[in-house]
Design a protein around this ligand. Structure first.
Ligand SMILES: O=P(O)(O)OC[C@H]1O[C@H](OP(=O)(O)OP(=O)(O)O)[C@H](O)[C@@H]1O
Ligand SMILES: O=c1cc[nH]c(=O)[nH]1
Ligand SMILES: [Mg+2]
Length: 209
């Protein structure tokens, strides 16, 4: 299974709050970060550990577990991905950040790239792509294309809400990628918005409507 819907009660409760009509910018922003943290916890469940020896509190040698030199780059998709970034970085504070800017054309629904600044040694890192919304999948596929072109070999995706159409398209284009989400929603409407969805996540995070 390459799609993981995280049913944890805290995730589902917070996502439910995010769906409320008229939610304030402040609450939407806070919840975006909080659900981002919880999904990151799930998405990093299988990163490898190794045993290391330390001196314990009594001064004796003690074997403990330590993350095995896994290098991660967090990849927020501008703008809305920034709304999850602090939440994700809370759990992986030393991750490097690769920023990708894409704006979906509201008529054609095609992603228009406008910014790309990836970390240098991306071929050695796992990319954790973050964006609240996976709708048609166009923005996510374009981002994964960019990352692979730059040499990245391991990619995980964290989205708050996904549409079945976008998940199918993304996994068809990139079957090696794992997607973590709080919800697989019903469908896309005629304007390419996720139903029931969250509305325009970027506008809600930045207060632009
Ligand atoms: O799966 P897709 O059909 O490509 O749609 C999803 C994309 O659309 C939204 O961004 P938008 O283009 O609105 O940009 P913004 O974050 O600047 O608001 C969203 O944050 C995703 O990046
Ligand atoms: O439902 C959607 C689809 C694309 N972008 C959003 O912000 N929301
Ligand atoms: Mg938007």
């Amino acid at each position: 299974m390459s799609i993981h819907v995280i049913k944890h009660p805290l995730v589902q409760h917070k996502l439910g709050l995010m769906r409320e009509h008229g939610i304030s910018t402040k609450s939407f922003r806070e919840l975006c970060q909080e659900v981002g943290t919880l999904l990151t916890y799930e998405a990093t469940k299988d990163i490898p550990l190794e045993d290391i020896t330390i001196k314990g509190w009594q001064g004796d040698d003690l074997t403990v577990q330590h993350i095995k030199g896994k290098k991660i780059t967090v990849v927020p998709i501008l703008r809305a991905g920034l709304g999850m970034m602090e939440g994700v970085m809370q759990l992986i504070p030393s991750a490097k950040v690769s920023v990708v800017g894409l704006q979906r054309n509201e008529e054609t629904l095609e992603p228009v790239p406008y910014f790309e600044k990836l970390v240098g040694n991306i071929e050695e890192r796992m990319s954790l792509v973050i964006d609240p919304m996976l709708a048609t999948g166009g923005s996510m596929i374009a981002t994964i294309d960019m990352l692979k072109k730059a040499g990245c070999k391991e990619i995980k995706v964290i989205v708050l809400v996904a549409a079945p159409e976008g998940v199918d398209k993304t996994l068809e284009a990139h079957p090696d990628v794992e997607i973590f989400t709080a919800s697989l929603d019903s469908h896309l409407n005629e304007k390419g918005y996720i139903v029931p969805g969250l509305g325009d996540a970027g506008d809600k995070i930045f207060g632009t409507v």
